[in-house]
Each structure stands twice: as C-alpha cells, then as structure tokens.
Design a protein around this ligand. Structure first.
Ligand code: PXP
Length: 247
C-alpha cells in the first residue's frame, strides 16, 4: 500500500480526558469525532478502559449511533467489556492489554501466552460481525499466534520506536518492518499505532503493508494549540459583548 492509501484512525480518548478532568459536559468527544470525520479521518478510535478514566459507556453508544465512518473500540480482553462490545457492535474492535496503574497502554497483548482467553474472544466478536484486531509488539511469535487466532488484523505497537532515538530507534524500526512483512506473509492485515506524531511519522511510513495508523494524543495536543488563538478571540469578543451590554 502506498502512503497515500494509508487510512487515519483518530483516537479521541484525550478529548474525554479533558472533559473528565472537570466533570463538565465539554469538550464533547462526539463533537470532536464529527470534526475529525469532516476533516477526512477514515475512522474514530476510542479506548473504553475498565477504570473509565476518559471515554464513558455513553460516549461509545453515542459515537456508534452518530458516526458515518467506522468506530474502532479498543478494549481489554475481559468479560464486561466484551459484553459491551457485543451490545454496541462497532465496526472494529482492537484488543489491547490493560493495567490500571499505567498512564497509557504499555506493551502489546500477549496473544501467544493467553491463547485460552484471546482466541475465544476473537471468535465471539468476529461471529457478531466485528472486524477484530490484536495490538501486539512486532514479535514473530506473537504474530504467529495472532494468525492462529483467526483475527484478520494486527495493530503493531509503535511505542518503542516513537520513544527511542539513534541506533535504538533504527533497531525498533527494523523490528516493525520485519514484523509487518511477517504479518503480511501470514495473511494478516497490518495497522499500527501509539506515540506517533508529526516529528516521527516519516519513519513509520517505511513500514510496509500499512492499512491504518491510529493516532491520538499528538492530534489532540496539536488541536489545543492550533485552536488556542480562536478560543481566546472568542472569549475576548464575549467579554466585549458583556462590557457593551453593561455600559
Ligand atoms: N493504538 C492503540 C492500540 C492504543 O492503545 C493507543 C493509545 O490509546 C493508540 C493507538 C494511540 O496512541 P497515541 O495516543 O499515542 O497516538
């Protein structure tokens, strides 16, 4: 796939983080998702974490109801969230590891070591019509297990590449390239994500067979900056309005 064909899935979790920080109703993840859709995003990703630290159940239902582009639900392989996915039925689900104390998803899912839990979950979700992806490190043993699970997609964890520099980063990129080749050879479609921003995406584009890149934190962070000028001007206009009304 040439880089012009790669799809962008926008992860809007941190719009909800901002909302949850104050317990307000704004900013609305649904409004943000609609803006992503209008701007050409190919999909919206949310992670319904077990601790509900950002995205809430109601967000997932509202997004599934309102979006025209596919919703990709990132989820832990646990009964409560699997049941919710089976109720909402988003177009895509991506199974990820989850630890409550982590800041963000650390490491990939141990599909090879957790076959007994992951394989039946893949089958249940796929039988209900969802496109299933497994978020894994670019490790050949894990990718073989993903192929055995019957999931059509893997999402390669790009975090290590994004967090390292120099020789270490070159090594991590090589692992991602080899991993993507291997996944493709095993018949898997290849997504990738985690930690990608405007400064490191050029290396990511060297990974072959990419279908979708899921990018969240850097887009939401950038949106805060590119939107700041307008937000301040709007508030100044409101202030002037108030002053004029009161005079
Ligand atoms: N893909 C997966 C499976 C993730 O868990 C995350 C983070 O929620 C992302 C992509 C997006 O990562 P980032 O927010 O660093 O762009």
């Amino acid at each position: 796939m040439s880089s012009t064909d790669i799809r962008l899935g926008v992860n809007i979790d941190h719009v909800a983080t901002l909302r949850q920080a104050r317990g307000t109703v704004y900013p609305s993840p649904l409004d943000a998702a609609k803006l992503c859709e209008q701007s050409g995003a190919h999909g919206i990703t949310v992670h319904l974490r077990e601790d509900r630290r950002h995205i809430q159940d109601a967000d997932v239902f509202a997004l599934q109801e309102a979006l025209r582009i596919p919703l990709n639900l990132e989820m832990a392989c646990v009964p409560e969230i699997i049941d919710l996915a089976l109720t909402v039925r988003p177009a895509e689900v991506c199974m990820v590891p989850e630890r409550r104390e982590e800041l963000t998803t650390e490491g990939g899912l141990d599909v090879a070591g957790q076959r007994a839990a992951v394989f039946p979950a893949v089958q249940r979700l796929a039988s209900a019509g969802m496109v299933v992806s497994l978020f894994v490190e670019p490790d050949l043993r894990q990718l073989d297990a993903c192929a055995e699970s019957g999931a059509p997609y893997v999402e390669l964890h790009t975090g290590r590449y994004c967090e390292t520099q120099g020789d270490e980063q070159v090594h991590e990129l090589r692992r991602l390239i080899e991993g993507a080749h291997h996944a493709h050879t095993r018949g898997l479609k290849v997504n990738a994500g985690h930690g990608i921003h405007l400064g490191n995406i050029s290396g990511i584009l060297e990974i072959p067979h990419l279908d979708t890149l899921n990018i969240g934190h850097s887009i939401v962070a950038r949106a805060v900056l590119v939107g700041m000028e307008r937000a301040v001007k709007e508030m100044l206009a409101a202030l002037r309005g108030t002053a004029e009304n009161g005079s």
